[in-house]
Design a protein around this ligand. Structure first.
Ligand code: MOS
Length: 700
């Protein structure tokens, strides 16, 4: 397998780069379609109740309007239409902004104007959108996102905590919270739907992380045969989880296409609608209790995680799951609690669970470091488990200590300078912070690959998605490596549900899952057709089953180091530099990997300092519904963010020796920033985002 001329690991510029720079790479909205028509949605202006009446007369009579869809004139959906996919099936309103109708017109302007002419009357009922940990209807979900059990218990955490308090051991007992946040990829969600009744075929040009799961779900919900739908998505401008499954707007566009056959119905979700239609990260609250003995060994670790779900669909952010495996602790309890309120369904947002959960856990570890008077890098090393504490299984590879050590050296970590609010340079209070990161290595079975040889080139086909990650390029490298041919001889075909089955670009599982199938198919191709194949030689295969995934626990690890400067007068917080060191197995394309990691770290800075969806409990909607009031960092906010990685190979994880790397960059990064703020100022922020007003009371 390992040859001196391995193609995996070659720094390779994106093969789709020139097309993107030239503007010729079509995103969902830009595909050249025949006879476009434009959809504008009608949305509920109450947070709970029913639609009593809709007067569509003025809209219908407007010149250029082709169709006005309402709950009373729309096609019935199947029993598989559940949760947010129940679109226009009745008068019920479960959250403010819910889709209750649509106008299809000759121009986008006409559609939008006509939608504004529709008069809606409601029977309004009282609503509740306010997340709180003591909600009377709070309950423990049966399982949490990712399929993990809702609770987990080892030893006797209560007894161990009491004992620690009696011994006067270091005990941290605090609450940590993260606000509601919204996925905002550069390209908002878009779908272009076309129904050809003669074939029959429904074609969706959709901005998605999985054309196959969109095809599967939309077909089921509409009662179409799976062969009657095609989903095309060659280029996607970011996803971060929200495009990991279709949402109600996809169903609405498909319904409109079926109602207006022959036209290509274009539905571009606006930036403001992104704060309603496509999922979000629930606000979270974590109650963490940790105790450690005089040597800094954790004796008890208790993490209760709270988040908000919806009445339309249950979603439980798995925020306590990372606390099950991160550190050694003989006595441990983790639990999850949710309440179903009158809000849109929460969904995946980059590293659901780990991102808010590790913020809480890694700030708590920093507090424990101060309580035990042990350097925070050293404290983490002292609590390194030999095997996975949750399952008792061995790690395939756990190099957290190497990440911490390498990072401390490269960053210039000073262990004997941890007193808070000591360093000042002119107007700036200066501090440094550290946090660990972990993300599970996921491989989803089911992907298929077809390799066909023709005229000196290998066509490698799999319905995978490149959402900006570099998958076009990474998969080309994997194929060339496994086929032992030149990169230029591989033509990748991805982004279409008519290509062989591919699982979602989500859970950092894409490259691992698709790559494993490519390697198996390539090896089988060589077995069947040799190294000098005839034109037309073709092989289709799924990945060989990898038993090692069950025998070992596989996860990626990392360590973040941040320097923070806080203006002594205004509390303005700047991050002049940040370093992440990661263990993610063998690197396939260092160029796109680095982008993934620093992108994730930037996401973490954003989570630490900027992002917050403010939901008005009186009306139930998010008021910060644009990028002027929902803050994300701009170039001036991101200075020297760097990511490096260990020389690594995890041959048990995938046939490439790689592990998932898409999400680990965000995990723990917000905690490193907040821990640095404490070191700089003495302000312990437990409630994100860390805005200037929260540090002001601590300034000299
Ligand atoms: Mo990612 S949030 O798993 O698509």
């Amino acid at each position: 397998m390992t040859t001196a001329t391995r193609i995996i690991g070659t720094p390779t510029e994106r093969i789709d780069g020139p097309a993107k720079v030239a503007g010729t790479a079509p995103y969902a909205y830009e595909h050249d379609v025949d006879r476009p028509a434009f959809l504008y949605p009608i949305t509920a202006t109450i947070a709970r109740g029913t639609v009593a009446a809709m007067d569509t007369t003025a809209a219908t009579e407007l010149d250029g309007v082709l169709k006005v869809l309402t709950p009373w004139n729309s096609r019935g959906l199947t029993k598989d239409a559940e949760g947010e996919y129940v679109v226009l099936q009745g008068p019920d309103v479960a959250f403010r902004g819910q889709l209750i109708g649509a106008v299809v017109a000759q121009t986008p302007e006409t559609a939008r104007h006509a939608a504004s002419l529709v008069r809606v009357e409601y029977n309004e009922m009282p609503h509740d959108t306010e997340f709180r940990v003591d909600h009377p209807d709070e309950f423990a979900p049966e399982s949490v996102n990712g399929g993990y059990p809702t609770t987990s218990d080892q030893g006797d955490v209560e007894a161990a905590l009491s004992q620690a308090r009696r011994n006067d051991d270091a005990v941290v007992d605090e609450w940590y919270s993260t606000p509601e946040e919204h996925n905002n990829p550069m390209e908002p969600h878009t779908v272009v739907a076309h129904w050809d009744p003669d074939q029959p075929l429904l074609t969706l040009h959709d901005s998605t992380q999985s054309s196959h799961s969109v095809a599967e779900t939309v077909a089921k919900v509409l009662g179409l045969d799976r062969t009657q739908i095609r989903v095309v998505a060659p280029h996607v401008g970011g996803g971060f989880g929200s495009k990991g499954a279709p949402h109600a707007h996809d169903i609405l566009a498909a319904m409109a296409a079926l109602a207006v056959p022959g036209r290509s119905i274009k539905f571009a979700v606006t930036r403001q609608q992104m704060f309603v239609f496509v999922g979000h990260r629930s606000p979270t609250s974590s109650h963490i209790r940790i105790a450690a003995d005089g040597d800094g060994r954790i004796t008890a670790l208790w993490h209760d995680a709270y988040s908000r779900s919806s009445t339309v669909k249950e979603f439980a952010e798995q925020s306590a799951v990372s606390s099950r495996s991160m550190y050694s602790a003989p006595n441990r309890r983790t639990s999850h609690h949710i309440s179903a309120l009158d809000v849109p369904a929460p969904f995946w947002m980059r590293a659901p669970g780990e991102a808010p959960g590790m913020f809480a856990g890694e700030v708590a570890m920093d507090e424990l470091a101060y309580a035990t008077e042990i350097d925070p890098v050293e404290l983490r090393m002292r609590n390194e488990p030999g095997v996975d504490p949750e399952s008792g299984k061995p790690w395939s590879s756990r190099r957290l200590v190497d990440c911490l050590r390498t990072g401390a050296r490269q960053f210039g970590w000073v262990a004997d300078d941890r007193s808070p609010a000591q360093r000042r340079e002119g107007q700036w209070l200066v501090g440094t912070g550290v946090a660990s990161a972990t993300y599970p290595h996921m491989v989803i079975p089911g992907s298929q690959v077809t390799i066909r040889f023709d005229a000196g080139r290998y066509r490698v086909a799999i319905g995978a998605a490149d959402i900006g990650t570099g998958a076009w390029t990474t998969l080309t490298l994997i194929a060339a490596d496994a086929l032992e041919c030149r990169i230029e001889q591989v033509t990748m075909e991805i982004g279409d549900s008519t290509l062989p089955m591919a699982t979602v670009a989500g859970g950092s599982s894409g490259t691992s899952s698709w790559g494993a199938a490519i390697v198996t198919a390539a090896h089988r191709f060589r077995e069947e057709h040799g190294h000098d194949p005839d034109d037309g030689a073709e092989t289709t295969s799924a990945a060989t089953r990898n038993e090692e995934l069950k025998r070992f626990v596989h996860a990626s690890f990392g360590a973040h180091f941040a320097e923070v400067r806080v203006d002594a007068d205004t509390g303005e917080i700047r991050i002049p530099r940040m370093l992440g060191v990661f263990s993610i197995g063998r690197v396939i394309n260092p160029l796109t990997l680095r982008s993934q990691l620093i992108g994730g770290m930037t996401f973490g800075i954003s989570m630490a300092l900027h992002e917050e969806s403010v939901r008005d409990p009186r009306f139930g909607h998010v008021v910060t519904q644009d990028l002027a009031s929902y803050h994300v960092p701009v170039h001036a906010d991101i200075v020297d963010v760097d990511a490096t990685w260990l020389d690594d190979a995890d041959e048990r994880a995938t046939p490439m020796g790689s592990r998932g790397a898409g999400e680990i960059g965000i995990v723990g990064s917000a905690a490193a920033v907040v821990n640095a703020i404490y070191h700089a100022t003495g302000a312990r922020i437990r409630d994100l985002p860390a805005t200037a007003d929260k540090v002001l009371p601590y300034l000299p």
